[in-house]
Each structure stands twice: as structure tokens, then as C-alpha cells.
Design a protein around this ligand. Structure first.
Ligand SMILES: *Cc1c(COP(=O)(O)O)cnc(C)c1O
Length: 724
């Protein structure tokens, strides 16, 4: 590399190093290595990484939400001394650190992206790890997986998001199944983050004009392997109490605050990168929230003397936009007064009168009644736009066709890059170990290659079945424990708590359904025919157990009511032993569920599931999908790798629901259960395992984040071009 460093780095490198040194100084000397590892989430997807911290103090590891910084701060000195005196542990830690350092020393991905001209990936939420609760659901999980995969590919990328001082809400269900929310402060000093300082040793800050004044933001850096995630934070003494609240909560309910968040993310991200000496070669807007970013790039050029049109063209040339949802609430509209209040002078600064600015956020610019929506702005201000599955690409082209009145829907310039999951993150250690034995050395680096996964056919039945049995048994122990704790906390009657203690079996077909409780996910289909559901649950020859989880948006009363329907079977003793709703769905719960369930169900109303990713996580772990032919499953299902419900778009929702519930129960009764319980003389379900192999072989490579990132790099980022 010919890059020269012209000024002392203000990108937070020194701050992260100092934080790790400070933590190490509090430890017995031999544990310094753990403090270094703690400040880069790379450990979380290195085999044996999480186990290092668990070995220090297993109970506190869970207590702190698997937060290595809190663990090392809070664990007793007795536990620290014990760990420091464990040569095996220290040796393993040194091995992990050496691997992480070797990973960091690899040459960067070839092309015009570099550490000073990175791909900037902007998103309102990032699900990097359960210990950093700044995510709500699938969008954040995808963003986290993209950062990790970019690190694995050595792609020079930085993520930029917001540091929500109260994160996302925590969920507590009451006895009636009604959701209650509460918030818990996120202390940035107690997560693996460091406040970025400038060369004078002062916190590096940038100003963003909002509501007619400047809001000052500081920047936290979180290391995700080779990729840095920068989080903007309005918790500054210069800001009023109200302005500090802008980065209070993810998807906060107040509209003006939410709009201010998006402005902070779009404008503030570009200013913060500039202040840290970075000029992005590509700006990837992951969903519309950050869509003001290209306008800020244009503003900068205009200030430097560029003509407005040229500045806009240059900004568009750098920008890539991904739309993630065909659901109305994901494409929220703002009226002119709201835009004027929050953005005040910004339109003027990009050389536009207010009306022309409003037109940028409309599909029909001259319709004064159309609200300002970030998605049209993102599409107009980007060089490439895409949906997140083949089918969602089609849906998005129709949805935004009015932006291109001269074109038919199939010629609308919105493509697709199907989502994928970061395999090293989502593969349970036991399945990883099995695949390591059969897929060949270094297979994880070839996870996007279909040939790599052909080798699952060589795994013998008994070995595959034994691993699946162990994974289910460990999951069921977890479900039992969590269910008892949840029922006690809800104040349930003793018999119901004890039913959980006796109930749940390590051998029964285990069905998982977990996702955001949004109406279009149709969780209520599970109980639309209560008698058939009850028959399944009460059947003792081929037992079935059901594990559910998910959060409804605090304002989504309809979904909260639908979730209550799931508690309808509480009164039936056998059902109390076989159905559990796990409170507070998180990355950690998801990890348990996708690795321990045999069957993963998804029931979205077509065409509203843009992609869906939890089924991909289940597939790589050897679980089978039963899902509507929408989103990723419309692309993945081949007749032999799982089960499908129709994906047609219906106008009579009640009729569609009744039909789909019937199909769901028919499949369960006539296909899923018979196949799972058809055993050979050794007790092995040979036909089931054949499907498991087909599912892993077909879904593993195509729905890995490695394939997703290769698509982004090839189709959208155009990194090999010399200009930009
Ligand atoms: C994977 C994941 C999601 C997304 O699941 P979908 O299948 O897209 O509904 C949401 N939340 C968590 C915690 C996840 O891990």
C-alpha cells in the first residue's frame, strides 16, 4: 500500500488501545490478553472465543449478557486470580489473540476502497452482539452480519450508526400474554467501545444543524474484526436535554425525534467520517433512514465551489441504496411542517428552495399532498438501488414504479441482492465442529461456494443425528430453565410453573417460531384452528413442542393482541408442558432457537416478507424450514429441502388465512410428523436427515453473507473502477 499517514490518526485507534490497556491494568498481568481480546468483537465468531470469557466466570458471563468488558470489570478478584492461574486458559487466549492479529494483518480486498476511502455502511441499527443492544430485529442483524463478513473479506468498510443511550426496549409478558416494555440504560463505558478523541485529547465532535440550532455529537468506536463501527451520540453537555434525547432510544415513538435521528445519521455520519480523516469511496444506505447522507456530500462540494447539479451527480455516483421493506410503516412519510421544523436551513445549504427539496422525497414531485419519504429520496440520490431478495426486487420495482413514469415496472432500475447470514456467527459450535470434520480445512472461507457444501452428503446418518439430538437436548434444557424463570416472574400459579419443570422433552419434534411480532408475520395462524393445534400438542405417539418468541413494537396494539392468542392454551395441562413463549427475544435467544429447533416456521403474508433471515440461520444448523413462498424462501425452496405454503397475493385476507392455516396443519399432520417419527432399526429418521442434508447443501452457500457481500461488491460497489 502506498497510503501515507499525514496526520496523527483521529480515527479512534488510540482510544480503543487505551481502553484495552486501562482494562488490562486492572487485571492480573497474565489476563491482559483477555482485555485486549475484549475490545474487538472478532472473538465472538472465532471458535473458542466466547468460551474464553465463560471460563473466567460462567455465571457472570450470562449475568452481563456476555459482555466481556463488564465481565472483566465486575468479576471477583478470586475468579480473576483463578483464571490467571490457569495456564490452559491463558494459552488458549493467546492462541485466539494470535489468530485475531493474523486476521487483521491480511492485505485488504483489492480495489479502490482503502482505510481512508472506505465503503461507509450506514444503518439505524446494528446487531453485532447481544451485549450491545442497539438493534430491534432483522435489519440490524443483517447490518451486523455484513460488517462481520466484510471483515472476513478484508473489505475496507466502516459502519456508522447511532449510540442509543437506552438501546431498544426489553420485553416482559404478563399472565395474559400482553407485552410490557421497559428500558435499561446502556453505559458506553461498560461495553467494548471507546470515545474517539481528537489530537488535542478532547472528544472529537461534529455539529449537525437541527431544529434551527447546532446539535453536537460525539463518536464512539466499536471494533468488529477489521471493520470499525462508529456510533454517533448526542449525550453532550453543549446540547439541551431535549437534543440529547435524539440518541435516547432506537425507533423512538415521537416522530420529530425519529426524524432528527435520521438527520443525525445521514448528515452527522458524513461529518464524523470527514473529521476522522475518511472520505468514503462508496456510501451504502442500508434502508432509507440515512438517505440525507448523499445530500450532505453534495453540500460539501457546493461549499467548495461546485455547481449544484455537478455536486448532486457526484454524490449519486458514490451512493448505493438498499430498501428493506414493502410494509407501509417502514416507509414513513413526513409532512412539510415536520421537515421544515427539523431540517430548517439544510435545504438552503444544498442549494435548493424548500419546495424543490420536498420534491426529492416524493414519488410524484408535483403532488403537494404527498408526504416526504426517505425511500424515494434514497432511490433518487443513489447510483444503484436494490431490494433484498429476488421476489422483493420485483415487489420494489412495482412499488416505486411511479418514480419512473416513463418506464414499465420491469424496467425500473431497482435490482436485488438477496440477504444472507454470517455463517461463523450463526453456526452453533457443535454443528461447526461436525462440518469442520467433513467440509475440509478452511471451508468457512469457501462458504459461498456450492461445492463446499456438497460434502454434507458424506456425513453419516448416525453422526448427523447424534449432533442434532445433542443440540436439541441442550436447547430444551435452556427452554425449561427460561420458561420456569419467565413463569415465576409473571406470577403464574405454581402448577403452571411446575408444568415447565416436568415438561419439554429432549426427543420430541421441536418447532420454533420467533420474529418481530408484526401483523404481516401472521403468528396467529398457529392458533387459527385451535382444535387442530390442540390435537397436535396433545398427541403422545408423535409428540410436538412449540417454542415462541418475539417483540411487538410498543405502539403496535394489534400485534400485542395477536400475541395474546398464543397464550390461549395455557389452561390445558399438557399444552403447558409443551408450549413456551420466551420473553425478550434477542440475538442470544435467536442463537439458541435456530440451533435447537427441528422445524422453523414462517408465515408472512405475501408479498410483505422482503427477505427474512432467521430461516437461513436455522437451515445452516440442520433445522428444516416450513415457510410461505415469499422473501428468501421463494428463492430457496426446491421441493426437497423443506416445506412450502403458497406465496400468492390475496385480496381477501380472511380467506387466505383460513386456507393457509389448513395447509399448515395438513403439512404438519401428513408430512412433517410422519417423516420425523419414521425411524429405522437404530432409531434414526433417515428420510428426515436426507431433507436436512438437502437443506444445508442448497441453503448454506446461497444464503451465506459471503455470497451477499460478493453480490454487493460485484453489482453495486463497483470497487474495481478507478474513479469515484
Ligand atoms: C435473525 C433475527 C431476526 C430476523 O428474523 P426474520 O426471519 O427476518 O424475521 C430478528 N431478530 C433477531 C434477534 C434475529 O436474530
Amino acid at each position: 500500500m502506498t497510503e501515507t499517514i499525514t496526520a496523527p490518526a483521529t480515527d479512534g485507534t488510540r482510544d480503543i488501545d487505551a481502553a484495552a490497556r486501562d482494562l488490562a491494568a486492572r487485571m492480573p498481568a497474565s489476563l491482559g490478553v483477555l482485555a485486549t481480546i475484549a475490545y474487538n468483537y472478532r472473538w465472538s465468531w472465532h471458535p473458542g472465543g466466547p468460551e474464553l470469557f465463560a471460563a473466567v466466570d460462567a455465571e457472570r458471563w450470562e449475568w452481563t449478557n456476555q459482555n466481556p468488558v463488564r465481565l472483566l470489570h465486575e468479576t471477583s478478584s478470586a475468579a480473576l486470580d483463578r483464571a490467571a492461574g490457569d495456564p490452559g486458559l491463558i494459552e488458549r487466549a493467546q492462541g485466539v489473540l494470535a489468530a485475531i492479529e493474523a486476521d487483521a494483518a491480511r492485505p485488504p480486498f483489492p480495489g479502490r476502497a482503502s482505510s481512508t476511502r472506505p465503503v461507509a455502511f450506514l444503518c439505524a441499527e446494528f446487531a453485532v452482539h447481544v451485549s450491545l443492544p442497539i438493534y430491534a430485529g432483522g435489519l440490524g442483524v443483517l447490518a451486523g452480519d455484513i460488517l462481520k463478513q466484510s471483515s472476513d473479506l478484508a473489505l475496507p468498510m466502516v459502519g456508522v450508526g447511532l449510540l442509543y443511550r437506552q438501546g431498544y426496549f426489553l420485553q416482559r409478558m404478563d399472565q395474559s400474554g400482553y407485552q410490557h416494555e421497559y428500558w435499561f440504560p446502556l453505559d458506553p463505558e461498560r461495553v467494548p467501545a471507546a470515545l474517539v478523541h481528537n489530537t488535542d485529547g478532547e472528544p472529537l465532535t461534529v455539529r449537525v444543524p437541527l431544529r434551527g440550532r447546532d446539535v453536537v455529537v460525539q463518536v464512539w468506536r466499536v471494533d468488529v474484526g477489521r471493520v470499525r463501527l462508529y456510533l454517533l451520540d448526542a449525550q453532550r453537555p453543549e446540547n439541551s436535554r431535549i437534543d440529547r434525547w435524539i440518541t435516547g432510544r432506537l425507533y423512538v415513538s415521537d416522530r420529530a425525534t425519529r426524524l432528527a435521528q435520521y438527520a443525525l445519521l445521514g448528515i452527522g455520519s458524513m461529518r464524523a467520517l470527514d473529521a476522522m480523516g475518511m472520505d468514503p469511496s462508496v456510501v451504502h444506505l442500508n434502508e432509507g433512514h440515512a438517505a440525507l447522507a448523499p445530500l450532505e456530500l453534495a453540500r460539501r462540494d457546493i461549499v467548495a465551489g461546485a455547481e449544484r447539479n455537478a455536486a448532486f451527480i457526484a454524490a449519486r455516483e458514490r451512493t448505493v441504496f438498499t430498501t428493506h421493506t414493502p410494509v407501509g410503516a417502514g416507509n414513513e412519510g413526513y409532512d412539510p411542517a415536520e421537515i421544515a421544523e427539523v431540517l430548517s436551513a439544510f435545504p438552503e445549504q444544498v442549494g435548493m428552495d424548500f419546495d424543490s427539496f420536498l420534491q426529492l422525497g416524493r414519488t410524484r414531485p408535483d403532488n403537494p399532498h404527498e408526504p416526504f419519504v426517505m425511500t424515494p429520496l434514497g432511490i433518487k440520490m443513489s447510483r444503484e438501488a436494490n431490494g433484498v431478495s429476488r421476489r422483493h426486487g420485483e415487489v420494489a420495482r412495482q412499488m416505486w414504479q411511479s418514480l419512473f413514469p416513463e418506464r414499465p415496472a420491469d424496467a425500473v432500475p431497482i435490482g436485488y441482492v438477496t440477504n444472507g447470514v454470517h455463517v461463523p456467527t450463526w453456526l452453533a459450535p457443535r454443528m461447526r465442529e461436525l462440518l469442520d470434520r467433513y467440509l475440509g480445512h478452511g471451508w468457512i472461507d469457501r462458504a459461498a461456494d456450492p461445492d463446499t457444501w456438497q460434502a454434507v452428503d458424506r456425513i453419516p446418518d448416525d453422526e448427523l443425528w447424534s449432533v442434532r439430538n445433542t443440540m436439541r437436548a441442550e436447547f430444551i434444557a435452556y427452554v425449561r430453565d427460561r420458561t420456569i424463570a419467565n413463569r415465576l416472574a409473571r406470577g403464574e400459579p405454581r402448577w403452571y410453573v411446575e408444568a415447565a419443570e416436568r415438561g419439554f422433552s429432549a426427543d420430541a419434534l421441536t418447532i420454533g417460531f420467533a420474529r418481530r411480532l408484526a401483523s404481516y408475520k401472521r403468528i396467529y395462524l398457529l392458533t387459527l384452528e385451535p382444535q387442530r393445534m390442540e390435537r397436535l400438542l396433545l398427541n403422545t405417539d408423535s409428540p410436538v413442542q412449540l417454542v415462541l418468541a418475539g417483540k411487538a413494537h410498543p405502539q403496535d396494539e394489534e400485534s400485542k393482541r395477536a400475541a395474546q392468542g398464543l397464550f390461549a392454551f395455557k389452561g390445558t395441562p399438557q399444552a403447558a408442558e409443551r408450549v413456551s413463549f420466551l420473553d425478550n427475544y434477542s440475538l442470544a435467544t435467536a442463537m439458541q432457537m435456530v440451533s435447537g429447533c427441528d422445524l422453523w416456521i414462517n408465515l408472512p403474508r405475501p408479498p410483505l416478507e422482503a427477505s427474512g433471515t432467521s430461516g437461513m440461520k436455522a437451515a445452516v444448523n440442520g433445522s428444516l424450514n416450513l415457510s410461505v413462498l415469499d422473501g428468501w424462501w421463494a428463492e430457496a425452496y426446491d421441493g426437497g429441502n423443506g416445506w412450502a405454503l403458497p406465496g400468492d397475493i390475496a385480496f381477501d385476507h380472511a380467506v387466505q388465512d383460513a386456507r393457509d392455516a389448513a395447509v399448515l396443519y395438513d403439512l404438519m399432520e401428513h408430512e412433517v410428523l410422519p417423516l420425523f417419527y419414521a425411524r429405522d432399526t437404530r432409531g434414526v429418521p433417515v428420510g428426515w436427515l436426507e431433507k436436512v442434508r438437502a437443506s444445508m447443501r442448497t441453503c448454506g452457500p446461497r444464503f451465506s453473507a459471503a455470497r451477499t457481500m460478493h453480490d454487493y461488491i460485484d453489482r453495486a460497489y463497483a470497487l474495481t473502477r478507478s474513479t469515484g
